[in-house]
Design a protein around this ligand. Sequence first.
Ligand SMILES: Nc1ncnc2c1ncn2[C@@H]1O[C@H](COP(=O)(O)OP(=O)(O)O)[C@@H](O)[C@H]1O
Ligand SMILES: O=C(O)C1=C[C@@H](OP(=O)(O)O)[C@@H](O)[C@H](O)C1
Ligand SMILES: [Mg+2]
Length: 173
Amino acid sequence: MPDNIVLIGFMGSGKTTVGKILAANLGWSFLDTDAMIEEDTGLSIKAIFAHYGEQYFRELEQAAVARAAASRRAVIATGGGAVLSGDNVRRLREGNKVVWLQVRLETALQRAGVKGDRPLLQGRRREEVAGLFKRREPYYAFADIYIDTDGKDAAAVAGEIKEALKSWLASLK
Ligand SMILES: Nc1ncnc2c1ncn2[C@@H]1O[C@H](COP(=O)(O)OP(=O)(O)O)[C@@H](O)[C@H]1O
Ligand SMILES: O=C(O)C1=C[C@@H](OP(=O)(O)O)[C@@H](O)[C@H](O)C1
Ligand SMILES: [Mg+2]
């Protein structure tokens, strides 16, 4: 079994930040599909969206997901839209534990809205982002475990994931 821990959830739910902490904590490697894409192309996610569009980004993301899912005992942070693809979902589920980092829209916007590096949040009215948030919700529901991240710092969220997966982790040893 590949036995990876896969983090899914909306932009700003903390996948990248929590994933790094959890991986360090477990002594596992950490993969972030956005970082893989940026390394492969030498371009930022923002530049890929701006110059080539979302569709091309999704193709690069599909390749990154396939590569990440082929690893073993890694913590994998996905991009918030990776689960829109059925192929990605199939690969991410197979032999892994999938964790949905849940977040309120307001919190997600506070965490992710300011940096300007998320093309799907930039220059969008609040109602548009609220619509996207609502449309995305059902795509995360297939996760094995749900963790609410509101009001918790990233280290606490990582600790909660470890606790929720305690017996599974013990069974690996
Ligand atoms: N639980 C948390 N509490 C407070 N801030 C957080 C938390 N998780 C992440 N952050 C902050 O929110 C921002 C977005 O987090 P990030 O890990 O990039 O989210 P994602 O990868 O899900 O889009 C970062 O600035 C990060 O430091
Ligand atoms: O939700 C999305 O469609 C996206 C989420 C981003 O990743 P994070 O969820 O890590 O911010 C990144 O992949 C891209 O900007 C698109
Ligand atoms: Mg991220």
